[in-house]
Write a protein that binds this ligand. Structure first.
Ligand code: NAG
Ligand code: NAG
Ligand code: NAG
Ligand code: NAG
Length: 528
């Protein structure tokens, strides 16, 4: 634990949470330890030791990637640094007397979809919690916290009562009939919600996960905001758990864009986050009891994505096994989460006997044609986390069908995926807009494609989609969909499968880069 605290300024909340939960279990003896922990690890303490040397390429990429959140912001902008962006969607939510003006647009369009947006907030929170001091060293911590809060403010306003969550602003059919700048939108922005008559455990539990994770991020800097997030999270989790249903069955229209294929993963993920945020044993019992048996799909690797959080939940719960108190960390069910996380890692490592075949010739994890980079980047983020958990806990190896792999093997895998994204690929092009000499010029993004001084209506903006000129505004930091399996990429604005960026992509690449941005200080201390 001492090592862990050295590693990461953003982890104080976690450390305290872990200590607090130990207290719940073992009582008085550890209570004393808890107090010591409180005294010796104050939230505002300077970070002991530095996070290691910054790797310039990753630091530059991280700074860029962070900018895409600013490009996607809806509402009345504060401290806007994007010259071609301005206020937009100020009346979102007004027909229900709600202020849903904040939050972020999903991708190249102007929809606000809660399911992927909440996932964005959960992943961004996780990055800040684990890699807060790396982000700080790269000068990006404030920006990351600010972007997170832009989403969590929206989440809070989307949850006006315990059993009601607004899950969509805008109608994709109407929205996609237009090609305009967000600042010039005039179309209707209808609202969609889940409640007890049309429940959605997946989307509600994801929002709960996001708010629990974010409550840890803001715990020391804004405790009343943090408490409010936690209250919303608990209520949403209860609503999700007690009204079990897929939102895409309750509201079939959502299937077209963000269909959900299950809610068990989100329930475990949310409970895992609530356990970290509260130390309340009931959340631990939730994931290790019947729900674990029903939903955890032990030992079978899955792909971490906006739809499926199982691999994320397994890594998150492994954290408890790595750093929790002995009596908890030896729990059999917790070990099942950890071995499932290891099965995920074994699938990713290219030399593992159980290595996945879902890879391009030059080694990029490749699972789906649409937005192909989401899976390699999400997987690499989990790999760098797992690698750091191993280093911090002095766990020298994992074993994949008899073969051993070190934390460095996992880190190297994570680097290989990041490097591919940044241009080390057969096309020698970066898929992070603005990074390197070659990057996509025809990003499928309305705001980027229309000159900022041209006011267009819904329809006449389509000339900018169809134009053969590159985008007039560069969507700096956008991570586009990415290559086909055969490693080709068609840089065309109407090729949304490959050239459209998304807000959740940004959370994943920011997470990955924040894990890679400094040489690991923990690795050095192991070598002493
Ligand atoms: C805007 O910038 C000011 C001055 O740097 C800062 O105090 C404030 O927190 C910023 N607001 C947001 C929402 O980022
Ligand atoms: C949405 O997911 C469900 C469950 O996996 C599936 O049965 C359904 O066909 C999907 N809908 C669409 C439009 O893909
Ligand atoms: C690469 O794959 C795409 C998508 O499957 C296909 O359309 C294209 O023709 C392929 N290109 C080559 C050179 O094989
Ligand atoms: C997409 O745009 C390119 C030119 O940028 C054009 O050649 C192609 O036909 C278009 N495809 C579709 C499906 O509209």
């Amino acid at each position: 634990m001492g090592k862990q605290s050295k590693k990461c300024a953003g982890c104080w909340g976690w450390l305290l949470a872990i200590i607090v939960l130990a207290v719940v279990v073992v009582g008085v003896v550890l209570l004393i330890k808890h107090k010591n922990g409180d005294n010796s690890v104050p939230d505002a303490a300077p970070v002991p030791g530095s996070p290691g040397v910054l790797t310039k390429s990753y630091a530059d990429a991280l700074k860029l990637a962070m900018q895409f959140f600013d490009i996607q912001k809806s509402g009345k902008l504060v401290n806007n640094t994007i010259p071609w962006r301005g206020d937009s969607a100020l009346k979102d939510g007004s027909e229900e007397k709600l202020d849903l003006s904040k939050g972020m647009y999903d991708a190249g369009d102007h929809m606000k979809f809660m399911f992927p947006l909440a996932y964005t907030a959960t992943v961004l929170s996780w990055s800040i919690l684990e890699y807060g001091d790396q982000l700080k060293a790269a000068g990006q911590l404030e920006s990351a916290q600010g972007s997170l809060k832009w989403i969590t403010d929206f989440l809070i306003n989307s949850h006006p009562s315990p059993n009601v969550l607004y899950i969509q602003v805008g109608d994709p059919t109407l929205d996609h009939k237009c090609w305009d700048r967000p600042e010039d939108m005039t179309g209707k922005r209808p609202l969609t919600k889940v409640d007890t008559s049309a429940p959605g455990s997946d989307v509600a539990a994801e929002a709960a996960a996001a708010m629990a994770a974010a409550s840890l991020v803001f715990k020391s800097s804004d405790s009343s905001y943090s408490s409010s997030l936690l209250k919303h999270s608990k209520d949403l989790f209860k609503f999700a758990d007690e009204n079990r249903a897929l939102y895409s069955e309750s509201i079939p229209d959502v299937q077209t864009y963000y269909n959900s294929t299950g809610y068990g993963d989100e329930l475990l993920w949310a409970a895992g986050w609530l356990y970290h945020a509260t130390g309340d044993k009931s959340y631990y019992d939730y994931v290790t009891g019947d729900n674990g048996e029903e939903f955890a799909n032990w030992g079978n690797p899955t792909w971490f994505s906006w739809d499926n959080k199982l691999a994320g939940a397994q890594v998150l719960l492994s954290r408890v096994s790595f750093f929790g108190s002995k009596d908890i960390s030896n729990d059999d069910t917790l070990q099942k989460y950890r071995s499932s996380a290891e099965a995920v890692m074994c699938g990713l490592l290219p030399k593992s006997p159980s290595a996945t075949k879902s890879r391009t010739k030059s080694g990029l994890i490749w699972v789906a044609e649409w937005n192909s980079l989401q899976h390699p980047v999400g997987s690499a983020f989990l790999a760098v986390l797992y690698s750091d958990y191993m280093l911090s806990s002095r766990t020298p190896k994992i074993t994949c069908h008899g073969r051993h792999f070190s934390p460095f093997d996992l880190r190297n895998f994570a680097k290989s995926q990041a490097d591919y994204v940044l241009g080390n690929n057969p096309l020698k092009t970066s898929f992070l807009v603005g990074y390197g000499d070659e990057y996509p010029q025809f990003v499928h993004h309305r705001g980027a494609s229309i000159p900022a001084d041209k006011k267009t209506s819904c329809q006449d903006g389509f000339q900018y989609l169809e134009s053969t000129d590159p985008n007039p505004n560069i969507a700096y930091g956008a991570m586009v969909g990415g290559p086909f399996l055969n490693e080709t990429f068609i840089d065309s604005r109407n090729n949304s499968m490959q050239t459209e960026p998304s807000t959740y992509n940004s959370a994943l690449i920011v997470g990955l880069l924040s894990g890679l941005v400094t040489t690991s200080s923990v690795a050095r201390s192991l070598g002493q």
